[in-house]
Ligand binder design. Sequence first.
Ligand SMILES: *[C@@H]1O[C@H](CO)[C@@H](O)[C@H](O)[C@H]1NC(C)=O
Length: 648
Amino acid sequence: MKRTSREHWSPLKGGCMDPAAGLTYSSFFLKTKMLAYILCTALAVLPLMIYFRNPYFLKDLSYTFLSIYVGIRLSRIKKKFYSILDRFLDKVAEHPHKKFIVYEESSYTYSQADRESNKVARALLTHAHLKEGDTVALFLGNEPWFVWIWLALSKLGCTASFLNVNIRSKSLLHCFSCCEAKVLIAGADLQGAIEEVLPTLKQQGIRVFILREHCHVDGIESLSDKIQMESDEPLSRQLRASINIKSPAVYIYTSGTTGLPKAAVINHEKVWIRAFGMTFAGVRSDDIVYIYLPLYHTAGFLLGLYGAIERGTTVVLRSKFSASNFWNDCRKYNVTVIQYIGEVMRYLCNTLKRDNDKDHKVRLAIGNGIREDTWVEFLERFGNICIRECYGATEGNVGFFNYGGKIGAVGREHFLYKMACKYALIRFDTEKEEPVRDSRGFCIEVPRGETGLLVAKIGKRTPFSGYAKDKQQTDKKKLRDVFEKGDMYFNSGDLLKITDEGFIFFQDRIGDTFRWKGENVATTEVADHLLTVDFIEEAKVYGVKVPGHEGRIGMAALKLKENMDFDGKAFYQHVKNYLPSYARPRFVRIQDALVVTSTFKQMKVKLAEEGFNPALIKDPLFYLEDNKGYIPMTQELFNCIAEGRLRL
Ligand SMILES: *[C@@H]1O[C@H](CO)[C@@H](O)[C@H](O)[C@H]1NC(C)=O
């Protein structure tokens, strides 16, 4: 009975001459068949199970392979030092006639860029007497010269220090002195800003060059004419023989989350980690990358230009962002990869709808800070573009990458990265502005889904090189005794949240800095400038949230000197002369006394929460009208801003 029923299953039923043999055969096939059934079912169900357990399984897997690939390449680069310049020179050899930089109506091949930078290097060698290890400050906007000069400095084994072209006077001098450069190279259009600080530069014996053919100002030397005279023959590698993976490659200014702008030291190792951002995002050598973000910032320079060189792509360079020309540029130059900051994506969504909105070849957008609603709107409006959001501070030792494509997230946790970089979100007291500690004095990791301060262990693989010549600020970014006695973590100053699914969401930034239009604004620095106005006795600067905008906009609470009035005109002249537009307080609040209720920090938090609504604030309020001046704030104005009819 048993046998028959079994035989029913056998594919060879009745086909066997020997009943005993038949039994063996049939049971063998039966077993195989059952096994096959089970296997097939399992194979069919497994992906489903994996999918329900983790819908991002395939993405996680491909990210794992990418991480291994990049890890292997990094370890090779470290073993036998290979710089981004070496990568560039290899690409020149590989495809000398491929376009490297396209700028306005001109384009330059890899080989042309190489030769141009040889000329610059020779001119600097002859006239500025540069040698290996020297630092040169570059005060220049986005143009091909920026790239040639940086390449030239790399060829000479020098470190470039990139000054923000928006800064002036005291800030400019401060930034310049951070990196102890002896030479300053400025763009032709920035001569005025240089002349303002020239007496001090002269006093310090700084050599100043300007990218012009002639210059008749005493103390500024022309550079363009000198470059033209030089030969474009390659320079000896001997000139940079002792540069290694730990040598500073560039200085990039950041306000970190506290105090004045500081020069973050980016060594060659860090440069590579950043440059691989494009590799992780899936950029290919046949892509065309559009760079309009300033090259003096991390995003434009390290992720953008370095990433493009790493991949050997063509770069379309633009002096600055233009919402009206953005898509026309993309179409004209066949751009396939764009970079962004959140604001830019919003500006693009705010432009008038056009029939050809989806007519372009852009397939990938890499950046940081896009809001969830903008993300959705952007895809609807401009088509199926893969958005790769990332997170990372210029000087930080930790970064995330949202390869899963979850809308709104800045990153996704991955076990390999967790192994390489020990980071944690710790409980944070926003009132006292410090981490919460347990009875033993250690920090407390928050559970999933809860907001915490991001910290990352400082170690051999995750170093924190800190800020140039600023030990105090470097120390401020270090958090000690976090989980055990004697350990040390990098304090990101950012509050993040990690969901059950493993996606990382940015929540807020703490400290004396806020972010507006993609720039960090250091509140103390702005306050220091305001205090030089003759009728101001005290000034507190902070950022306030504006509905529908990323980041925070600047606001100042002022206490006036006795028997003095707020002179809106004079105040405007002052902020216009000394502060870049993103740092100018957009709202001003006049207080009788800057009430110190409890701690200073708590007061700032309170002021920031109160915002700029005249219905709630009884103090006199002023609003900075675009390029005009400070006018009294009204309820009408407030409503316009709150409803998005007036964009800031
Ligand atoms: C862009 O692509 C089109 C079609 O592939 C081509 O005809 C055109 O020459 C390209 N434009 C540029 C600037 O490379």
